[in-house]
Design a protein around this ligand. Structure first.
Ligand code: BMA
Length: 311
């Protein structure tokens, strides 16, 4: 059943390096939002140094994107930010929160990887706000509204003791974060046993917050990255109502199984539509960008009916 839960767009990949008017080696992990009637995408590209920058593309239908002539964000030269972004910026996620678009991204430097927060009102200019973690964290996604008077986020810290898991934290101002808790752990000898991390920013549904996350499974030929879903209680998102036992998408098409890093589908964004579907975007094999659709109620149902314990 889970195999067909996501329908791939027939003309995948939707974006490749050939579509980018400046020199890049890849187009992959991307955050996407719908702004009035247009879709805005922020996507990661590797440069030939192996370091990453973030480009911007626009679309009317959510599938056919046109890339703007200049990148949207590159490693900062601003005091306070530059020394932590020297090795590049990766994997942008976008959340519309109180009328502002917030962007979380992974900032790499010799000191490790940490989460940067930036904001824009219009996707014309962008302003860095702060680093919101120390090293080593990746995959931070903001909830699109305050919950019980606080901002909330999911993220994934690194540790050698426990398999890398999904945590929640809260903040009064988006800058200072605390009340952190581990809420979902990889399941032993399962598709996501090696590590998991948040994917798209949480999507509000009647039954809870839908969390589309990635999970990795170690093989003799490297890790296989798949996507899964979990549901969190609306007014208490650290309570996980269910984690779907099976993945919703795995590498199958040749663009997903062969590329820069084989066997990867990696999600940083999904757009809920008024008709109850969502558009899902994933970096395929860390080389190109693919898209598909799913029915939100079906994803929610998987979390509730075919679920396993969160930890
Ligand atoms: C993760 C991140 C992602 C990447 C994935 C597959 O650890 O680095 O940006 O897409 O690995 O290589």
């Amino acid at each position: 059943m889970s195999k067909n839960i996501v329908s791939r767009f027939e003309n995948n990949p939707i974006l490749t390096k050939e579509d980018v008017p400046y020199k890049v080696e890849t187009v992959h992990n991307a955050g996407v939002v719908k702004q009035e009637e247009r879709y805005i995408m922020l996507f990661r590209s590797h440069l030939d140094t192996g370091r990453s920058i973030i480009g911007i593309a626009e679309s009317e239908d959510g599938f056919k994107f046109k890339v703007r002539p200049e990148p949207f964000m590159t490693a900062s030269s601003q005091t306070g930010f530059a020394e932590y972004e020297k090795f590049g910026i990766e994997d942008p996620r976008i959340t519309l929160l109180e009328g502002t678009y917030y962007i979380t991204y992974s900032a790499y430097s010799e000191y490790g990887v940490r989460i940067g927060l930036a904001k824009t009102m219009d996707f014309e200019s962008v302003e860095r706000v702060a680093f919101i973690t120390q090293a080593d964290y990746r995959n931070a996604v903001l909830f699109p509204e305050k919950i019980n008077g606080k901002y909330a986020r999911l993220d994934r810290p690194h540790t050698n003791i426990n398999p890398w898991s999904i945590w929640i934290s809260y903040s009064p101002d988006l800058i200072h974060w605390g009340q952190s808790k581990l809420i979902i752990k990889p399941a032993a000898y399962h598709w996501d046993e090696m590590k998991i991390g948040p994917g798209a920013p949480p999507i509000k549904t009647d039954k809870g917050w839908l969390n589309i996350y990635h999970g990795a499974f170690k093989t003799m030929a490297g890790a296989v990255y798949r996507l899964g879903v979990a549901l969190h209680k609306l007014d208490e998102p650290d309570k996980v109502l269910g984690v779907a036992d099976n993945w919703i998408l795995q590498p199958e098409d040749s663009s997903e199984t062969v590329g820069y890093v084989p066997n990867v589908v990696f999600c940083c964004g999904a757009v809920p539509e008024e008709d109850g579907t969502l558009k899902l975007y994933w970096g395929a094999a860390d080389k190109v960008l693919c898209a598909g659709t799913a029915v939100i109620d079906e994803l929610v149902e998987l979390c509730l009916s075919d679920s396993r314990k969160p930890k």
